[in-house]
Write a protein that binds this ligand. Structure first.
Ligand code: XMP
Length: 528
């Protein structure tokens, strides 16, 4: 079996390791390093230092963490990490650990600092602080404080509470700050981080998504060889970019499958069938399963039941399509392409290993002994980087910039039974809302704007000369960072008015448009 990412390793970019001490900040640090155009990877603090060093990092960043350095069971770090000649930058907990490990003093002073704090820079020309103001806002979150830097270190900043808020040792290339430079509220944080990378560690800002495309193409070719691969397209960004990358690497050895469940928005299926194929030249097998989904959903109003039915039918149709591809003449189909992203890999504890070999779950129709090796060319990337790769590969903006859309599609945006007529009606209303939001330049500001049909609700209206008894449409514009929490977007009244007028004028059977002004929590983003 070919080594999944060996080609990537051979030509590995200069890498910064971010050692994760259990903070929610580690991913943010990794992103900031990449924004400085230096490649970064997160490793757990439990990884032996020898293993970290075997990755040949050009610099190491120690993240913050929730512990106190003196707490029993607090994560520790082998001193060897500071003696390997690799530049190290400690932040918050990482800073304190560095201080204690190298002979400095960290006290539990009881003086806590949380949130925005004023930092006073005492050595303005230092490696970390050159060109930044002598007084700057930083984000703090700590209970312990460093009162004496280790020998050989210069104290370069302090706060009203913390005598040693930053220290630097240029000879050994070791640096640390008590605060969180990675968060937006630390006004010069990115500059300080870049100073560490470029001035402290001597790195160059050369990493781009263009390098990723080239590296991944080489890695995919090596992994797949002359076998074949399949990829399920959902219409979303991740699977589209993964497929386009693999297509570029192995051409006709890839077949994509798109299940048209009839629950997509207006124009989305055509986007995959026409625009995506035109942009990539990919071989696409479209399965028209609209009837099948409508039949399975007939008479069902309960949201959870709908989700289960849609999920079940989807897997059945997809596996049937796989089976048909497997039976075609030609080289064996041994690979399954997936658009797994870096946050998924880190969250599932997968770290930075090579692609797993997974046996495919067998729900409906595939022989038990079929195993696919996974091809996951986006495993190293964050979402915005995936969009950049998509752009680089020439995918249409409508696909690359697409907002999140749920797998069960419009099936969970019709409150009530899903029927063809209701889907068509909702598609029209949704298309109008999307068109007007795009025209008003609101696509970036709004994370997502579900348009929901309250099919089980009717209200009285007056349209033309007559009384109507139609359905309400709900607009649910939300702003969010990660969909875990969200607020309703205060969008301009004129845009709301335009959408409302157009929907009630143009969509038969709708006589009312309402705005959902509920945050999450308590409301979820989707209505079902
Ligand atoms: P909620 O409604 O839980 O949604 O606030 C959070 C985010 O997840 C999306 N979502 C789904 N995505 N399958 C998906 O692929 C689903 O079943 C599903 N349900 C919700 C939703 O659009 C939002 O971005």
């Amino acid at each position: 079996m070919p080594e999944a990412t060996s080609a990537t390793h051979d030509s590995a970019p200069d890498t910064v390791l971010v050692v994760d001490f259990g903070a929610q900040y580690a991913q943010l640090i990794a992103r900031r390093v990449r924004e400085a155009r230096v490649y970064s990877e997160i490793v757990p603090s439990t990884m032996p230092v020898a293993e970290m060093l075997a990755k040949n990092p050009k610099a190491i960043i120690l993240s913050g963490g929730p512990s106190s350095v003196y707490e029993e069971g607090a994560p520790q770090l082998d001193r060897a990490i500071f003696e390997a000649g690799v530049p190290v930058f400690g932040m918050c907990y990482g800073f304190q650990l560095m201080a204690v490990t190298l002979g400095g003093t960290v006290d539990n002073t009881g003086a806590r600092e949380y949130g925005r704090t004023q930092l006073a820079v005492s050595k303005p020309g230092s490696t970390l602080f050159e060109g930044t103001p002598e007084n700057q806002s930083v984000w703090m979150s700590h209970g312990d404080a460093c009162s004496a830097a280790p020998e050989g270190f210069t104290v370069t900043a302090s706060t009203g509470v913390v005598p040693v808020a930053a220290f630097e040792n240029d000879e050994k290339k070791l640096y640390g700050v008590q605060y969180h430079p990675e968060v937006m509220h630390s006004t010069h944080g990115q500059q300080v981080l870049e100073h560490f990378l470029y001035r402290g560690a001597g790195l160059k800002p050369t990493w781009t998504t263009g390098n990723i495309v080239e590296e991944q193409i080489a890695a995919i070719r090596e992994q797949v060889g002359d076998k074949r691969a399949i990829c399920g397209l959902s219409g979303g960004v991740d699977s589209a970019v993964a497929a386009a990358l693999v297509q570029k690497a192995i051409g006709s050895q890839l077949t994509c499958v798109y299940v048209d469940h009839g629950l997509m928005r207006k124009g989305e299926t055509e986007q995959v069938e026409k625009d995506f194929v035109a942009a990539t030249g990919v071989q696409l097998k479209v399965v028209d399963a609209q009837e099948r989904f409508l039949n399975a959903l007939a008479g069902v109003s309960d949201p959870e039941t709908k989700r289960k039915i849609i999920g079940r039918e989807f897997i059945r149709v997809f596996e049937q399509a796989q089976l048909e591809i497997l039976q075609e003449d030609g080289p064996a189909v041994a690979f399954l392409v997936q658009g797994t992203l870096y946050p998924d890999v880190v969250e599932s504890g997968g770290g930075t290993g090579t692609a797993n070999i997974k046996s495919h779950h067998n729900v409906g129709g595939l022989p038990d002994d079929i195993e696919f090796e996974l091809v996951e060319p986006l495993r190293q990337l964050f979402k915005d980087e995936v969009r950049m790769v998509g752009q680089e590969l020439g995918l249409p903006d409508e696909i690359v910039q697409r907002q999140p859309f749920p797998g069960p599609g419009l099936g969970i945006r019709i409150v009530g039974e899903v029927t063809k007529e209701r889907l068509d009606l909702l598609r029209e209303a949704d298309a109008i809302a999307r068109h007007e939001l795009t025209a008003a330049g609101l696509d970036r500001e709004i994370w997502q704007c579900p348009v929901v049909l309250l099919a089980d609700v009717r209200s009285v209206g007056v349209q033309g000369d007559g009384r109507t008894y139609g359905h309400p449409i709900v607009l649910r514009p939300v702003s969010s960072e990660d969909a875990m929490t969200a607020d309703w977007t205060r969008m301009p009244y004129e845009v709301l008015a335009r959408i409302s007028t157009r929907i009630t004028n143009e969509v038969a059977d709708v006589n009312r448009v309402v705005l959902d002004c509920t945050s999450k929590p308590p409301g979820t983003i989707e209505w079902e």
